[in-house]
Design a binder for this molecule. Sequence first.
Ligand code: IPE
Ligand code: IPE
Ligand code: MG
Length: 255
Amino acid sequence: MPDKITVEVDRSAVPRHVAIIMDGNGRWANARGLHRTQGHARGEPVLFDVVEGALELGIEWLTVFTFSTENWDRDEHEVAFLMQFNADLLERRRDELNDLGVRVLFMGDIEDDRVPEVLRERIQAAEELTASNTTMTMVFAFNYGGRAEIADAVRRIARSVLAGELAPGEIDADTVQAYLYIPEMPEPDLVIRTSGEQRTSNFLLWEAAYSEYVFTPVLWPDFNRDELARCIAEYQERDRRYGGAIDGSLRGPSL
Ligand code: IPE
Ligand code: IPE
Ligand code: MG
């Protein structure tokens, strides 16, 4: 893996928040006659190469999808592996992330009974250790589902209404935002999905309303900081309009 980004990218126009659906570990392993779990293991050094690349570019927020609310449906051995793997990864990498000035946050249903206690403890330890870091915030979307996040927000909004703290007529998009898992998280500018799949799979449904998507055929274990830079260069070609008109001007013959 390269030590520094070698791909040309405009360093003055880097997205503030990049979110990644790290997909293709199983296919990478299958293609080599390996077990799917070996694909997940191979994804760890890739993730940390991407973290270094993100730091090199000055990205402020990096969110990675590590386990979805639907991933519980996988074979029990794979699920057990992923739980232990995530716990061990936090133990192995916590100090490194801290030394790099990275603040670690989790988003998702960590209180779910199916999440092992050791993982819950390590999540808490990593968040506490890195809480005052300011170089970059890295969000692990774990046991995360966009629908569950919105349903959770709706449930808590309903409680506030019942408690008389909120009037139904006052509820707008900003209210919903304030009840999400990390209300202060800026919207992702760019969502990258590896492995050639072109779907959201329930990732950041609310937050990514106006994100640009870049889909790359590269499987996650083959990804690296240069691939990240390539995705960002593609993003930099896009024209984000947020529902406005091209160039913000009226086109065509005047009426
Ligand atoms: C992504 O890789 C990792 C997780 C979902 C945890 P996959 O395991 O989905 O790999 P493919 O899509 O089967 O190749
Ligand atoms: C999305 O990938 C979840 C993560 C990368 C953690 P999946 O592999 O679970 O998504 P589908 O099943 O292809 O939609
Ligand atoms: Mg997949």
